[in-house]
Structures are given as structure tokens and as C-alpha cells.
Design a binder for this molecule. Sequence first.
Ligand code: ADP
Length: 632
Amino acid sequence: MKCDPSLLRPAQPAVKSRLIRQLLLPPLVILLMVGLGLAGYMISESNGIRTLSESGERALELHARTVESEISKYTYLPSLLELEDSVSRLLTDPDAGDRQAVNEYLEGLNRRSRSRAIFVLDTNGRVQATSNWRDADSFLGEDLAFRAYFQTAVRGEPGRFYGIGSTTGEAGYYLAHGLEEHGKIIGVAVIKVRLDTLEERWQRARLEAFVSDENGIIILSSDPARRLKSVRPLNPQIKERLARSLQYYWWPLNELQPLARETLADGVEKLTFPANSETDKGKQREVAYLAQTRRLADTPWHFTLLTPLQDLRRESMVQGILVGVAFALLTILAIAWNERRKVIATRLAAREALEEANSQLERKITERTADLRASNERLKGQIRERRHAEQTLRQAQDELVQAGKLAAIGQMSTSIAHELNQPLAALRTLSGNTVRFLERGALETASANLRTMNDLIDRMGRITASLRSFARRGDDRGQASLDKAVEATLQVLGNRMNACQLHRQFDDQLLAIDQTRLEQILVNLIGNALDAMATQALPQLWLEGEAQGDKYRLRVRDNGHGIDPEARKHLFEPFFTTKPGEHGLGLGLTLSASLATAAKGTLSVEHPAGGGTAFVLALPLANAPSETVEPS
Ligand code: ADP
């Protein structure tokens, strides 16, 4: 079978697009999920950073103030030495014996102020007195003219300096003040403080912070690893200057190199450092910080507060994953909803199609019902008409039968009269004779006569009974004994049968026809045969029977003159007769045929080659044998 290719064509793009959709959808969903997750992560991170930087701002201010107050609490101290006469004397005349007194004074002052060292230099930068005069590494006599704080202070400006001591190798904050007398600088007072208490405090508070100086070198840091590293690249001039001033002694001053650096706002950066191998062992390879920087008042230094972003990152990652998962769930829900919508749409379409088919069916049923009703009505009308016609026919038939019978009676009246007259005459003679025999006393002869008379009366009764039975109206139902019907017929026909030789070749069958009607048929058929054999020298009549299926066929054959071909055509037509005058009415065969048909049988004629005529009466056999119908 060939398929029309045009039928297949529209289905192909639909299948193709569905295939593409099915292939592309999963990677697209995954891509979108990852993209949205990433976006969620980034948004969450930037929001978190904003929140952190807001709260960090306050922390930065707080801690920067702490640093500022820590630094500024010593600023006035060097200037106080101006007030001390022994110091002025020592500086104006270093050879006088005030040195020891100044040393001890400075020692006491240093102890009380909890500074690291307090010392006094002459205008040449040589240490004239110091609080640590007792120590082996005392500054006493040391030339510190190269120190920047001295050079600044000797010019009358406040000297501020953070560096590593050339004698002790210990880092400290130096505050220097030019000591004046009568408007002239006679020396410089220097106080060295250690700021590592700040570092300890930060460490205790688990705070990550550092302070960088004007060169960008970290001078204080909560993490010792970052100490003395520069936060920005140092140019060669600065490097050389620092080397000359020995500010950081011979410290290498490496650059603090973050793995990544991102400026978020003015003074706000995102820094990523390699992980500190000790604190973050085995956890992660890098640590990101939010670095907020603020300049410290009265110094060129900057305070930087580092807020770790690890927790924020973790949180952002969780939120990113949540966004991705939520998107995946929403997508699954959308797909499920879409599938459900499709299923519902298909069901609706199917239901609509079903309803349409139903309504079409109902319409058709209504139309068919109307057609059927109409044809039913037509049929009923036809049935009514047929019944009416049948009734009319039956009436006509009954009347015909009756007419036929009456005609037969009329025809037979002569022979009946003859039949009855004979016994009547005999009765008259016998009764006269009997009276005479009784008078003579011949009782025996009289009783013999009476018996004969009795027989004659019986015979006469039989004749009238058969005549009455013939005249009576029958009906379509009932059962008839063939044997009895033949007997009754022979009785009706009486002595007309005498000259005829009868051949009985049938069984006594029970037939589905009224007994009287069967007798009427046989009277007609045998009567006609006798008429046809009237001129025959040796008239012979055969009654031959045979069962054929559910019917029994009785052939009534004679050796009469037969029927000429022209008459054969009209045999069963009413009032067709070849008999002269009042002998024939032409109703016998017509009535017999209609009686046979009414009993669901047939009557047909045969013309045997050997001459004569045979009428074949076929009647249905009765299902069950029944009692014979008593002629009444
Ligand atoms: P009717 O006997 O009154 O003429 P039927 O209808 O009985 O009317 O018969 C019609 C005609 O059929 C008869 O007139 C006769 O010519 C012919 N016919 C009937 N039976 C026979 C028969 N056995 N042999 C020859 N002719 C017959």
C-alpha cells in the first residue's frame, strides 16, 4: 500500500522541533540554573559587602580612634622637658655635672609614662641623656643626627617617626620635640614608645587590622607576617631614602602582594591573600578580606581594618545554590504544569470530539427514529390495509365456499332425493309388510323387517349428517384424518361410486386442516373425477399418498377424458366449467384451491401421459396426532 507523502510532510517539522526542544531543554535549564546561581551568588556577595562595609565603617572609626588616642597620648611628653632646668643646663653646657641628674629624671619619667625610652639630644644629634643609661645598649653618646625625627625637630617642627632602633634593633614610635630656650633650639627631646600593645589588643579581639606609614609600609599589624611589608610598590628613591635613614634598619621591606585586589570605593578594597599556613592549615588556599582604610589624625599614617569575607562567601554560595535550586524547582514545576495543561487540553479536545460525535449520533438516531417511525406508520397502514383486504377476502372466500357448498347441495339434491327416496320407499313397503306379518303372527319375519328398517334409517341419518357437515362453515385451524375424510366423501358421493373401481394407496395421516374443509376438497376432486369418467367403460380412481418433507401429497387420479389444453389455462378460475346447464357451477376447483392455500397447502393438476387427470393435494402434516373430528 502506498502512502501519500504529502500526508507525512507536516508531521516532520513538528517531530523535529520536539526533538530539538527535548535535546536543548536540559542543557539550557542547567545553563540557566548555573547562570542564575552565579548571579545570585554575586548579588548576595555585593549586598553582603555593602552591609559589611557599612558596619565595618563604624568599626573602622572606633578602632582608628583607639589608635589615634594611643599615639597622641605621648605627643605632649617631649615638650614637657622644656620645663626642666637640668635638661636646659645639660644642653647648654654638656660638661657640667647635670647629666646624671637628667638621666635619673628621664628614667623616672619613662617609668611613669610607660614609654620605651626618653632621651635628649644636643643640636648635633648626639644623645646627652637617656632613660636607659643603665642598660648595656644605652643610647648615651650615640649620634642620631641621621634620624629623620631629629632633623625635623631640630628645625622646630614636631618629629614623628616609626622605625627600628639602630642600637636595640627594636621597632618603636619616636616623637621628637625641639627644646627651645630664649627662642632658640638648644636640643631635641625624644620619646620612644612601643605600639605593640595595640597589636596585642587586636589579636586578643581577633581583629585583623594594620597601620601603614606614609610610605605604605605596614608598621603595626595584627598578623606578624604582614609587618614591615609595603602595601604598595616602593619606588627606588624612597627605597634609597629609607635605607639611608635606617628607618627600618636593614629590613628587606617586601611588598605585601595580594593574590587579587579590587577597589570597591574610595578607601574600600577587596583583597585576597594567600592563606596563612599556620592559622588556616588545610582549610583553604586563599583568604579574601574587605579592606577599609582611613587616615589617622595628626599623622601621615593610615589605619586599615580587614574584615574576612569567608563567611559572607559561604553565605553567598548557599544563596546562589538556593537560587539555582529554586530555579530548577520552578522549571520542573513549569514543565509539570505545562505537561498537565497539555494533558487537560488533550482531554478537553477528546471530550469535545466525543460530545460532537455523541450529538451527531443523537442527531442521526433522531433522524433514523423519525424515518423508522414514518416507515413503521406506513407499514402499520399497509398491515391494516392487508388485514382489511384479508378479512374481505376471507369473507368472500367463506361466502364462496358456502355458495359452492350450496351449489353442490343443489346439484346433489336429485341424487340425495333419490338416495333418500329409495330407503323411504323401502321403509314404506317394509312397514306395510311388517304390519301384515304382525297380524299373521309371523313375529320373526316382522322383527327381521324391523331390523332392516332400522338399518335403512341409519343410512338415511348418515346421508343427512354428511350433507350438514358439508354445508357447515369451517375454520383455518384444526386437524383432519385423511382416512376419515375419504370415508365421509365416499358416503357423501354415495352410489355414484358404485360403478367405479377405487384404488386406495395412502396411509391414514393426520393433516393440519379442518376436517370438514378436507372433506369438501375431496368431494370436489372425486366428484369431478366421477364426472370425467361418466362415459368410461371401466372407470378407475386412484388415491395415492406420499409424505414429502413436512407435507403429505394425495394424488386423486382418474382415467377419465382428461382436460383439453385450452381448458387447462382456466381450471382454477371461478365459474369456469365445461359442464352443461345446471350441472356445473365452476366453483369446485377454485374453492378447493383456496381452502388448501388457507391451510398452508397447495392444489395442482397433472396430466398423465397415459390419459386421465390427476389432482395433487399437498397439505402440512399435523405435529401431533389428535382426535378425529366427529362429524356432527
Ligand atoms: P364444475 O365441476 O362445476 O364444472 P369445477 O371447478 O369443479 O367446476 O371444474 C371445472 C372444470 O374442470 C370442469 O368443468 C371440468 O371441465 C374440468 N375438470 C375438473 N376435474 C376434471 C377431471 N377430473 N377430469 C376432466 N376434467 C375435469
